[in-house]
Ligand binder design. Sequence first.
Ligand SMILES: O=C(O)CCC(=O)C(=O)O
Ligand SMILES: [Fe+2]
Length: 372
Amino acid sequence: MAPSVAEIVPSAAELGDIAKQKLNRAFDVAQHTSYPYTKYLPVYDEETKFPPTEPFDFVDRGLSADKAKPHLLGLHDPNVKISKLTPRIGTEVTGLQLSELSDVQKNELALLIAERGVVVFRGQNFKDIGVERQKEFGQYFGRLHVHPVGAHVEGALEFHNIYLGPDNLYRLQFKSDSLTTIGYHSDVSYEHQPPGITLLTLLAVPETGGDTAWVSQVAAYERLSEPIKKLLEGLRAEHSGFPQAENARRHGKFVRREPVKSEHPIVRVHPVTGEKALFVNPGFTKRIIGLKREESDAILQLLYQHISHSQDLQVRVKWDDQTVALWDNRVTAHTAISDYDVRQEAEGLRHGFRITTLGESPVGVEGLGTVW
Ligand SMILES: O=C(O)CCC(=O)C(=O)O
Ligand SMILES: [Fe+2]
């Protein structure tokens, strides 16, 4: 008989004791001797500390793009197919290699990502071009984020590791504690200058399951009634990195940068498209500044439900190991869908990495800014 989750998954306290040694040896590399991407398996640098981020200038590549995107959309190549995945969010591209795009095409891509929220490239060689070229590709769009607590790729702290296999005790514990693994968020939105474009690619995928879903925060904002829009446009919300860091410490993990909080405008204006987007998410937003606790809780719950339940504002993408997704964290939220059983070998390993570029300090309606 298969062992129960409780037998396999240690308690939080036990997990704290074993997590360090367990996680530090790259989640049992020995299990993956025939795996071609061992170099990308998760590791933890436990020495490199980072100081608090200083303000820096950011210029969005999309600002340099021709609005019609002729170098990306006007290609007369019958092999290139670019199609909308849903009316409001998501575009799929086949027949074009990200690794071969010119700078002019990358500028147009930045604009396309901003407009469509997420752009999914199929049939990519990106995972095989090597860490240096992968990093360079990300750096074109902005300064790379180093995750304060996450596992990374050996020699590349900027590559946030995504790993769900039978030896990821941390995630198994989470799965056993919750009714669902769905958790919409905008990546590390607590940062003072949170991410603009994020790139995610998977190196190993389960046969089925493990999709990712994105929601358009532009469409989510547009659906709201005028009085609610007006109310939200004048408000900021606190986003906090403290729970993530405290949770990591509790599990014996190294925190490489001390956590921060930011008070971001709730309605954010995209610097290139000028579109307004809701900028709150259940992952990191804690309270609305200036409201009473119950008022803040009620409004945030309303918005979280709206974001999480509105499948008519969402796109769900199925992965294969040649897919790369790029999204704009300023105008979308996303969630992993961990619907398969990682303890069953047949259902497989899910492994990849995320390259996250940082953007501007959010700007709201009528110039309402972020408080650091
Ligand atoms: O694994 C996924 O599908 C998404 C994980 C995630 O939230 C991220 O990479 O930012
Ligand atoms: Fe994420």
